[in-house]
Design a protein around this ligand. Structure first.
Ligand SMILES: Cc1cc2nc3c(=O)[nH]c(=O)nc-3n(C[C@H](O)[C@H](O)[C@H](O)COP(=O)(O)O)c2cc1C
Ligand SMILES: O=C(O)C(=O)c1ccccc1
Length: 386
């Protein structure tokens, strides 16, 4: 049959418009694959890798696999569920923010600029810009995106740290995120084996000063190594912006954060890149939520890859989640358009899950939505075949 086109589409599936998302990229995993084929292997390893044996990295996604949903039926749920969330007094289109990811210019020349614009094209949700962003804060602030937050690595040189924060405040950033799990970088064996160095032209755009080709060497040289809780007071003296602490993993530190005056915490193990052997974030979330008892918002990152992961984290008490690597995948695959597509997929999965689980709004989520991971006989869903 030489005249038959090889992959004719059935008539009831019209081809997507040329401007729509790539029909072959239906999941965040599809974007990961696309990114992998485009990136230098050592850059891919830098993005994907974790510390040590990567047990924590694997645990983050595996923990979400174990959380099975308990849908409700006949609840008169609207066809289009409402994903709006309120965090720190602001309304977000969805309970999702973009995690701070250093050196996004490694994934795409436009780096954070494409992330900010690509995010805004999908939803009004915050983008957290890393201390190690590859693009200028002022440029990002005027890029026409949504709310921007600044992630802060407190440096030995407090005046540089202070100037970075002041610049963010002047250009309209809305919150600060102090990363507290990184006195230095974890032992990332992939990077050590690859001898990973930043390519020429990849440098932090907002720090001035020295450039280091090896990120871990930069951290060793310039991160403040012996921070204690008084850093919260110092940040308060520098800026009036709301302050979140990122990298809390225990109930006692969560309570300390509340007492220290943090406006929010992010339950995070840095995507498995810092201390290998700590639990998956979603596994420690319930005890932290109990300890915080609603006094400040509790956000979570690590392993969020599907709409149902967002919902499961909210059911276990998170106010919102952040996504990290999938944003780099979208960026590497297709620049700002790829970021938009990744977020649109995640948000479409979120509304689909809400509708099918009988949730009209996020207020309808609660512990009853998930089977506890510890329930006897709870089977893990096996990893999908790729
Ligand atoms: C390539 C890369 C760079 C990162 N850079 C930073 C950073 O500069 N500051 C920070 O606080 N966290 C950083 N993180 C951690 C993320 O903010 C986040 O905690 C983690 O990636 C979330 O997990 P996920 O990637 O599984 O979604 C980085 C993570 C990756 C993968
Ligand atoms: O924080 C990280 O995990 C990280 O990889 C990073 C990247 C660039 C600068 C600083 C940290």
């Amino acid at each position: 049959m030489p005249d038959t086109p090889p992959a004719a589409r059935p008539a009831h599936h019209p081809p997507p418009p040329a401007t729509g998302p790539d029909p072959l990229r239906l999941t965040l995993a599809d974007f990961a694959e696309a990114a992998r084929s485009r990136l230098e292997p050592a850059v891919w390893d830098f993005f994907e890798g974790g510390a040590g044996e990567e047990r924590t990295l694997a645990a983050n996604t595996e923990a979400f696999e174990r959380l099975l949903l308990r849908p409700r039926v006949l609840r008169g749920t609207a066809a289009t569920p409402d994903t709006t969330a309120t965090v720190l007094g602001r309304s977000w289109d969805a309970p999702v923010a973009i995690a701070p990811l250093g050196y996004q210019t490694l994934a795409h020349p436009l780096g954070e600029l494409a992330t900010v614009q690509g995010t805004a094209a999908a939803a009004r949700i915050p983008v957290v810009i890393s201390t190690f962003a590859g693009r200028d804060l002022g440029e990002l602030a005027t890029a026409g995106g949504g709310p921007l937050w600044l992630q802060v690595y407190c440096l030995r040189d407090r005046s540089t740290t202070r100037r970075l924060i002041e610049r963010a405040e002047e250009t309209g950033f809305e919150a600060l995120v102090l990363t507290v799990d990184t006195p230095h970088m974890g032992r990332r064996l992939r990077d050590l084996r690859n001898g990973f160095r930043l390519p020429d032209g990849i440098a932090p755009a907002n720090l001035g000063g020295h450039d280091f080709a090896v990120p871990a060497a930069h951290a060793r040289a310039e991160f403040a190594p012996a921070l204690d809780w008084t850093v919260v007071d110092w940040l308060r003296s520098v800026s009036a912006l709301p302050l979140l602490l990122k990298g809390i993993l225990t109930d006692s530190d969560a309570v300390r954060a509340v007492r220290a005056g943090a406006d929010g915490i992010i339950v995070s193990n840095h995507g498995g890149r810092q201390l290998d052997g700590v639990p998956a974030t979603v596994d420690v979330l319930p005890e932290i939520v109990t300890a915080v008892a609603g006094r400040i918002p509790v956000l979570l990152d690590g392993g969020v890859r599907r709409g149902r992961d967002v919902l499961a984290a909210l059911a276990l008490g998170a106010d919102a989640v952040l996504v990290g690597r999938p944003v780099l995948h979208g960026l590497a695959a297709d620049g700002s358009r790829g970021v938009t597509d990744v977020l649109n997929i995640l948000l479409a999965e979120l509304t689909d899950t809400m509708a099918l689980a009988g949730l009209g709004t996020l207020a309808d989520t609660g512990p009853g939505l998930v089977r506890p991971a510890t329930a006897p006989g709870t089977p893990a869903l096996s990893a999908p075949h790729r």
